[in-house]
Design a protein around this ligand. Sequence first.
Ligand code: GAL
Length: 657
Amino acid sequence: MTAPRTRALRYGGDYNPEQWPEEVWAEDVELMRRAGVNTATVGVFSWARIEPRPGERDFGWLDRVLDLLHAGGIEVFLATPTASPPPWLGHRFPETLPVDFDGHRLAYGSRNQFCPSSPVYREHALALVTDLARRYADHPALKLWHVGNELGQVCHCDTTAAHFRRWLRARHGTLDELNEAWHTVFWSQRYGSWDEVIPPRRAPYLINPGQRLDFARFCSDTLVESFLAERDVLRRITPDVPVTTNFMGLHPVVDGWALAAHEDVVSHDWYPDPADPESHVLSALSFDLMRSLKRGPWLLMEQAAGAVNWRRRNPPKPAGQLRAQSVQAVARGADAVCFFQWRASRGGAEKFHSGMVPHAGPDSRVFREVEALGADLAALAPVAGAPVVADVAVVLDWENWWAVELDAHPSGDFALLDRVRDCYRPLFELGATVDFVPATASPADLAAYRLVVVPNLYLVRDPEPLRSFVAGGGTVVVGFFSGVVDERDQVFPGGYPGPLRELLGLRVEEVVPLGPDDVLACSSAELGGFTADFWRDDLLVEGAEVVAALDDGTPVVLRHRHGAGAAWYVATRPEEGAAVRLFARVLAEAGVEPAPDRPRGVEVVRRGDVLFLVNHGVDEVSVDVPGAHVDLLTGAGVSGSTTLGRFGVAALVPQAG
Ligand code: GAL
């Protein structure tokens, strides 16, 4: 099964007509047509409406909604409404409600209140999914199944404990193996019977890290399993309809690689922080990750037309930003630009969250921007399905994410995404296009790239792919606090970076996390002088060449020839300018073509034969574009250079002839 084929880019959003009287529905469809909307995601939170009492079914309203959309030419992503069970489920079967780390059972009255291990929840959910799939199997509007919403539930109840024990038996085989893996010899934690083993729960002091890491793996596997349970029902009944579930942005709970492997297409919910002037960099990172998860086009399933309602202060997006952010997603591989939600709610917890149709109605700035965006996306149709090609891969691995952020580490400030961002930021600034890969990528996977950046790899399962990539002529850059533990979270004796020592030509004796005011002065003949902060290693050179060092001679940037390639190690956090110089040097060494110079804040990405330019900055800028092009968005010719105002965008194709 492959992603839904699109002749065009998809445009639309979560459509929740059950919140409105039926008179409004016809106006909805008319406004959707006006805005160029071609897709609606229906039913995400409709469990209570479809099954008002246990076992009852009310599909009449949904029949009418789907028929109306179809008649209006709008295609449907139909959601299984399993993310938010109705009150009757929790009331009748309290064991379906999740229990938190402190042992409190959470109540209904919000959403997401289910234990993913609960057989009772799953039985009710699957019965509903089965009936939904049978009812709409042949509906002509149905184009994609949207399973649940943002899988991410974690539970610590007794049912979960039993499930966890089954999972642990499958992973470790015997209790002796589990005791060994968790190093329970420490603090008298040895388990004598499986019944004694529990999920991590509030305890007097630090909890066994092996137990925590296995629980993180288990929670991820359990959510993938609950996705698969629904997907298998849908597959059986509608084998030709592809299936997705929407990722919750950059979220640690579910291993994105594992979940994406079972989806037909990846979809993503993304809400950049308007107070962060650099939010476009994190957006680019998240979009590149989504494209990488299945190595192809993905769907922006949710974004906000204006304000969200869940930050401390929620200003609307300034005029033009929605367009820039949407085009940015398309440039980085999105084949759909969708929103939460079509019409802003008049009641309920999210009534102050923007919609494509705001409270003010269609005669409003937001709706005019929504209409204009529909026209833009129609003009960008030629890019649908086109690939984005990258020379650089960045390793992002969930097991490592869970492990490196366990507690009682050298620094409680160590956040994996910050480390990834520290590497991604200079690459973005240099205009390098980046894919992500898991730490388990094979040598054949890595062979597609010239440079592999490993912002951090605290937990190393197999160093071989990186070693053979470099031996074969590739370049890698590895960040500090890597090569520390094996997959059981047990330290490699002899010094870090453990199994990467030989590749990197160095040995770390001690790690030194720095305080907020500590600044290191570094000197380097190649990179010039620079400052650094956050971290430093005390390390010994074992064959690597020192590229930069502290004034006392302690190396902070090293380069080691290995086979036909080179392995770099960065033992601190260089200031941004130095990080840009460092990556420029590494890209050049790896043979990656430099991107043309452009003003800061201007993003340049090629997708297929379209060169996208997006100005995220506040000033008007002029960007050099060698050759003659046509802007798909305006139809105008562009030759030599183009001017982009605040949030200005261009989508340039070479001029024919
Ligand atoms: C998403 C969620 C939507 C809505 C949105 C608000 O995480 O899937 O249902 O709550 O956030 O920003």
